[in-house]
Design a protein. Structure first.
Length: 136
């Protein structure tokens, strides 16, 4: 996977065509709450990045390569297939590309509702604990 300099909103894939499950389009890096729906479960997760053709998510849903999944975030949704999994992360290739309007709407949503990084949440919990408060 190609690494991108810190602060960049977009990362780019470098693989073309035949490598199913590899990025072929630029991705918008976000951190938004999502709902992950399969035929057997509905879970929450985090949308980590998004392109017109797919997404990277983090979830504790039990997802398998080849499984179908519906992702819902904000007022948007996309239906696709899980193409890779690695721990709590997985890649979803959309059956139909999303519109540029959805991509731009997601960027605007992320500007207003971006979730803190896990390390920031842990730091805040530790700070609260030291000060005698609750963990979060």
């Amino acid at each position: 996977m190609t690494e991108v300099p810190s602060g960049s909103q977009f990362s780019s894939g470098g693989v073309q065509g035949a490598d199913r499950g590899r990025r072929a389009r630029s991705r918008l890096r976000v951190r938004l709450p999502i709902r992950v729906v399969t035929r057997t479960q509905t879970k929450v997760g985090i949308l980590a990045d998004l392109s017109l053709s797919g997404a990277k998510i983090a979830t504790d849903a039990l997802l398998k390569v080849g499984g179908e999944v519906l992702l819902e975030w904000g007022k948007f949704e996309a239906f696709g297939e899980v193409v890779w999994t690695r721990g709590q992360y997985c890649g979803v290739a959309f059956f139909d590309p999303i519109s540029e309007g959805i991509l731009l709407g997601t960027r605007a949503l992320d500007d207003n509702a971006h979730l803190p990084r896990d390390t920031d949440l842990l730091r805040q919990a530790a700070r609260n604990w030291v000060q005698g408060g609750s963990s979060l």
